[in-house]
Unconditional design. Structure first.
Lengths: 316, 278
């Protein structure tokens, strides 16, 4: 079933009291992939996810999720999706098991099946020992894992993850990424929003960068980074001016700038292929090299390139 | 028939037992009313009332017994008016999104919450009656066992319908408000007239005409009348006044409460179907 679009969004717009939160976005998510919405807080990510999950009424545009029109058959959409909300949406006074049981009953999963899935999922997210613990006593990572387990209970076709690792420490975040990948490998399509560059970069099959309610650019992480075509080589030599001369004539070099700390050479093609040539030329001219460094563009660079500003962790 | 509301009910009851302070205070509060206000007032009222001659052949009812019905009604009113607050917290803490994003029909949220509120009122009423017995409240004077059972059913039917009405009302407000403080304010504003412009603590016969007319529309008056009818009989004498009621009167009171609850149900349903919570 690869290549089938499981989410189709066309010309989606949404306004809150005159403020346009989403201004005409269109995208598709293919069955089986991890698709990310990357953007700063307030870019329109949560609004989009709320519309896609039928929590907000559709104002303008069309949205189909798992084959159903969100405006016409919200009930069908709700049956087909799972959601992990941005903040910890857990009843503090229910136990881990009760949290799962409550969710399963909301979706009228038959008792035996429900209990089986609870056991299985708690094992997957390693919360079996916390089964009878109230959720208020769980750590941040455990809470998030419980929510993921809960979101998976209904065996959804699409799992929506709204900022799944916000506020988690680095180790826990890595673990969450593993879980998300596991879930995806088991066949669940994942739609996630994030304002963490590395998260989008590490996890996603495809990314849409969203800013001010519009999709700025979409593609695979590689495509987005390659589209910048700006690998940079940093070179320190005993004579930078002379070294600079020797580099004339290498076609892939776009520009060279000299600074007290060495040369930065911007390369229009794949920098790793160009680097040996640069080193040979400089060495061939008898100039000793003290340091070489190749920097590939990161998602940060991609973001800055397409939005003209840094993605800061605003308000998080 | 879908039964998902039982899921919401189940969760509400877990919370009820788990919030120890809430549980304890909700059970203690009516007992304290009886123990302090009831006992203090009854010694006073009984002094005045003894000046009025009780007509021959009519059951005299002491003040504590008279007001016990009022305390049942008052407790039900308070508990029910506050019952919707769990929806407000669910909404504010984002928990409601889980339910709204599920395939469960939205009316089941309010049904589950309301039924659990009704259950809490039942528990409180049972406690008031048991505690009242200890204090010397004389409910069911000279009733046969069968009549006592039927009377209890009658009392619970009245309490049930009344509490559903106010729980649905409280749910409606909770869904429309942003803050618990707002709800608190509205409830405080409402409880005073509802409570005092009723027959809960004293007879309405001596009210000025306007208050008397108002009290007739007060659901609390009808609840109290119903409870007294079942607990004390159709003809008794208390606080210097004679109370008589016919089966028709009681049915009319019950019908009024059913009408009130139905109106509240439709208001709540409309609110829930339109609610947007993100």
């Amino acid at each position: 079933m690869e290549g089938v679009d499981i989410i189709e969004v066309r010309d989606l717009e949404h306004t809150f009291d005159g403020f346009a939160a989403v201004r005409g976005i269109s995208f598709t998510v293919r069955k089986g992939e991890i698709f990310s919405f990357l953007g700063p807080n307030g870019a329109g990510k949560s609004t989009t996810i709320n519309i896609l999950t039928s929590l907000l009424p559709l104002q303008k545009g069309t949205v189909r999720v798992a084959g159903y029109d969100v405006a016409r058959e919200p009930g069908k959409v709700r049956e087909a999706i799972g959601i992990v909300f941005q903040d910890d949406v857990l009843d503090r006074d229910l136990t881990v098991w009760e949290t799962m049981e409550f969710h399963g009953r909301l979706y009228t999963i038959p008792r035996d099946e429900r209990r089986r899935r609870i056991d299985e999922l708690l094992r997957v997210v390693e919360l079996v020992p916390k089964r009878d613990e109230r959720t208020k006593n769980l750590s941040g990572g455990m809470k998030r894992r419980l929510q993921i387990a809960r979101g998976l209970m209904t065996r959804p076709e699409v799992l929506f993850l709204d900022e799944p690792t916000q506020g988690l420490d680095p180790q826990t975040r890595m673990r969450m990424w593993e879980y998300i990948r596991q879930v995806n490998e088991a066949g669940t399509t994942i739609f996630l929003t994030t304002h963490y560059m590395e998260e989008a970069d590490m996890l996603s099959d495809r990314i849409s960068i969203i800013d001010h309610g519009r999709i700025v650019v979409s593609g695979t992480p590689e495509e987005l980074k390659n589209a910048l075509g700006e690998d940079v080589v940093y070179l320190e030599t005993e004579d930078d001016a002379k070294a600079r001369e020797t580099l004339r004539g290498i076609g892939e070099i776009r520009s060279v700038t000299e600074s007290p700390r060495g040369l930065s050479i911007t390369i229009s093609a794949d920098g790793s292929h160009c680097l040996p040539q640069i080193v040979e030329r400089v060495r061939g001219a008898g100039i000793a090299i003290s340091s070489v460094n190749l920097k590939k563009p990161t998602m940060d660079d991609v973001f800055v390139h397409y939005t003209g500003r840094e993605l800061r962790d605003e308000g998080a | 028939m879908a039964w998902e509301f039982l899921t919401v009910y189940w969760r509400e009851m877990i919370r009820f037992v788990r919030f120890r302070t809430q549980l304890l205070s909700s059970l203690l509060q009516p007992a304290l009313w009886m123990a302090f206000f009831g006992v203090a007032m009854s010694s006073n009222f009984n002094r005045f009332a003894s000046a009025v001659q009780v007509p021959a052949g009519i059951v005299p009812v002491d003040y504590l017994t008279f007001m016990a019905a009022g305390v049942i009604a008052m407790t039900t009113l308070f508990t029910s008016l506050f019952g919707g607050i769990s929806l407000l917290f669910d909404k504010n803490w984002g928990l409601m999104r889980e339910m709204l994003a599920s395939p469960m029909p939205r009316t089941h949220i309010m049904l589950g919450v309301s039924l659990s509120g009704m259950t809490k009122s039942f528990i409180q009423v049972a406690i008031i009656m048991a505690f009242g017995l200890l204090l010397g409240v004389q409910f069911f004077p000279g009733f046969s066992v069968t009549r006592i059972v039927l009377s209890l059913l009658g009392i619970f039917a009245f309490v049930g319908v009344f509490s559903l009405g106010f729980l649905l009302f409280s749910s409606t407000i909770s869904m429309r408000l942003e803050s618990p403080e707002g709800l608190q304010g509205i409830i405080t504003l409402l409880t005073l007239p509802l409570f005092f412009v009723s027959n809960a603590l004293y007879p309405i016969q001596a009210f000025p005409p306007l208050l008397q007319a108002l009290s007739i529309y007060n659901p609390l008056t009808h609840l109290v009348s119903g409870v007294r009818y079942f607990a004390l009989g159709s003809d008794f004498f208390a606080v210097g006044a004679r109370y008589t009621s016919t089966t028709a009167d009681v049915l009319a009171s019950f019908a009024y409460l059913v009408l009130f609850a139905s109106v509240m149900y439709f208001l709540a349903r409309r609110t829930f179907q339109r609610a947007v919570v993100t």
